[in-house]
Design a protein around this ligand. Sequence first.
Ligand SMILES: *[C@@H]1O[C@H](CO)[C@@H](O)[C@H](O)[C@H]1NC(C)=O
Length: 195
Amino acid sequence: MDRVLFVTLSLVVFITPVTSSTSGLRSVTKAQILGFEWKNCGAPEAPAVLKTLTVSPDPISIPGDLQASASGTTSVELAAPLAVNVTLEKEVAGFWVKVPCVEEVGSCHYKDVCDLLTQLIPPGQDCPEPLHTYGLPCRCPFKAGSYSLPPSDFDLPVMDLPSWLTNGDYRVQGVLGSRDRELGCLKLSLSLRSD
Ligand SMILES: *[C@@H]1O[C@H](CO)[C@@H](O)[C@H](O)[C@H]1NC(C)=O
């Protein structure tokens, strides 16, 4: 799987529950993600590029089942320190408003994603499925080359969402860099509907 994607998914799926304290969370029994779209936003010669990403169904239900496949390449090895700058925006009355970084979620700067990955998946531990099955790496360094995740099923659990993550249209940009060099950029957009 592409590192940019992996990092993005990690941030969304893993870091949110790990780093959020219970105070700013609201329990959500059911949520839906609609109209998921993505594109690269790096320079044409950016080393890390996501080639394909398909996610279904639309809408995605949480909790529920999600199918995803992805492929990407990097022409350089991705090694620590690997910084990611996330910009999260929400549409409010026709304007895109930047969501601040609160408890590691929102428009945050992560100085070293390698470090975060090592904390989440300690060395020696198998990578989570489906990465393990396909021999895909989950810790730095990620060697230069092509990576591909065949269509895989994910079981999305019941999640507590930050209380500011209200219904509406969102867009997220993730910029991956190392030592002041931009390595890749990915933009996602989606709508959230929850009760
Ligand atoms: C992230 O933002 C900081 C502050 O604006 C900047 O110094 C750094 O180069 C950025 N890193 C990436 C990967 O874009």
